[in-house]
Design a protein around this ligand. Structure first.
Ligand code: NAD
Length: 311
C-alpha cells in the first residue's frame, strides 16, 4: 500500500525541517484499503462483525465506543452495541461475553474499559474467546505476541509500528526508549520492537515511574515513544537532534480559555530537535482506531477461511 505522510516546515532555531507524521492520513489510508477485504469476506455471505460491551457511565468511554462504531460503519463492518448497567452484578457481564463468544456471527468482542470496581478486569479479559479478542489483551494473545507468534497485536502499539513504517523510520538497530510499561501500550510496544521481523529488530529500553534519570536515557535514543500520561513531560532538552518522536499521551489540561489536549511531549521544543514527530491529536489516536478494524477483519477472515492480504 502507499503510505502518505505530510512533511511540514517549522521555524526551528536549528533551521532543520521536521516531519510531521500524520496519523489521521495514514489511518484513513488503512481504512480505505480494509474496505476491499471486508467486501471479499462479505461475498461469502458473512459480514464481519464487532460487538462492543460498555459497562460504565463515563461520557468519554461512550464517545470512544461510538467512534469505534462509526469507523466500522465506514469500512462495512457490522456492529453490535451492548450496554450493561454499571450497578449490575459482574455475572451479567460474564454471561454477555459468553453469549458473544458462542455467537458465530460475531468475530470481535471488545469490552470497553474501565469497568466498575466490583468487576475484576483480569477475569473479563480472560473470559473473551482469544480468537475474538481483537484488543489483543487475553493472556494467550499476550503470550503469543511475546513468543513472536502474534494473533492480534494490541491496537496502539501496532498502529505505532505502522506509523513508523509509513514515515520510513528504520527500527532495525535503532535505540528506542519506550516511556511507560502498561499492558496496553508500553509492554506490548517493547515486545513488538524487539521481534526479529520488519518493524522490529530494535534495541529497546523501557522506562517507567521508578526509572532514574529519564533524560539520560531519552538523550541516547534514536526513537522515543512516550506513553506515560504526564502532560508535556518530555521537552527538547531531553532529546538528541534527529530523534523520531511518537507521542502516545492524551492529556486534557486547563487553559485560560477552557481546556485543550496535549501529549506527553512538549511539541514545539521537541520539534526543534526531531527529524519526525507525531502531533496530538492526529498522531497515534487515529491509528489505534484503525488497527481495531484491522484485527476485526483478520478475525472474520480466519473464521470464514477467506484468504486476505491486510494493508
Ligand atoms: P498507564 O497509566 O496505564 O501507564 C502509564 C505508564 O507511564 C506507567 O507504566 C508508569 O510507570 C509510566 N509513568 C508515569 N509517570 C512517569 C514518569 N514521570 N516517568 C516515567 N514513566 C512514567 O497509561 P496507558 O494506558 O499506558 O496510557 C498512557 C498515555 O497514553 C495516556 O495519556 C493515555 O491517555 C494515552 N493513550 C493513548 C492512546 C492513543 O490511542 N493515542 C492509547 C492508549 C493510551
Amino acid at each position: 500500500m502507499r503510505f502518505k505522510y505530510v512533511a511540514v516546515e517549522y521555524f526551528c532555531m536549528t533551521q532543520t525541517q521536521t516531519r510531521l507524521i500524520d496519523g489521521t492520513e495514514v489511518a484513513a489510508s488503512i481504512r480505505s484499503e480494509l474496505i476491499s477485504s471486508v467486501r471479499r469476506i462479505d461475498n461469502t455471505g458473512t459480514t464481519p462483525q464487532l460487538a462492543t460491551v460498555l459497562m460504565n457511565d463515563d461520557p468519554a468511554s461512550q464517545t470512544y465506543v461510538s467512534m469505534k462504531h462509526d469507523d466500522c460503519e465506514e469500512v462495512g463492518i457490522a456492529t453490535r452495541d451492548i450496554e450493561i448497567d454499571p450497578e449490575a452484578p459482574a455475572a451479567e457481564l460474564f454471561d454477555t461475553v459468553d453469549e458473544l463468544n458462542a455467537d458465530p456471527s460475531v468475530h470481535g468482542v471488545l469490552v470497553q474499559m474501565p469497568l466498575p470496581d466490583h468487576v475484576d478486569e483480569r477475569e473479563v479479559l480472560r473470559r473473551v474467546d482469544p480468537k475474538k479478542d481483537v484488543d489483543g489483551f487475553h493472556p494467550e494473545n499476550v503470550g503469543r505476541l511475546v513468543a513472536g507468534q502474534a494473533r492480534y497485536k494490541p491496537c496502539t502499539p501496532h498502529g505505532i509500528q505502522k506509523l513508523l513504517t509509513a514515515a520510513n523510520v528504520e527500527t532495525e538497530g535503532a535505540d528506542v526508549v519506550v516511556i511507560g510499561r502498561s499492558n496496553i501500550v508500553g509492554k506490548p510496544m517493547a515486545n513488538l520492537l524487539i521481534q526479529k521481523t520488519d518493524g522490529g529488530n530494535a534495541t529497546v529500553t523501557v522506562c517507567h515511574s521508578r526509572s532514574d534519570d529519564l533524560a539520560s536515557k531519552t538523550r541516547t535514543a534514536d526513537i522515543v515513544i512516550a506513553a506515560a500520561g504526564v502532560p508535556e513531560m518530555i521537552d527538547g532538552d531531553m532529546l538528541s537532534s534527529g530523534v523520531v518522536i511518537i507521542d502516545v499521551g492524551i492529556n486534557r489540561v486547563e487553559t485560560e480559555t477552557g481546556s485543550e489536549l496535549v501529549g506527553d511531549v512538549a511539541f514545539e521544543s521537541a520539534a526543534e530537535k526531531a527529524d519526525a514527530i507525531t502531533p496530538v491529536p492526529g498522531g497515534v489516536g487515529p491509528m489505534t482506531r484503525a488497527m481495531l478494524l484491522w484485527n476485526t477483519v483478520k478475525a472474520a477472515a480466519v473464521a470464514t477461511e477467506v484468504s486476505i492480504e491486510l494493508p
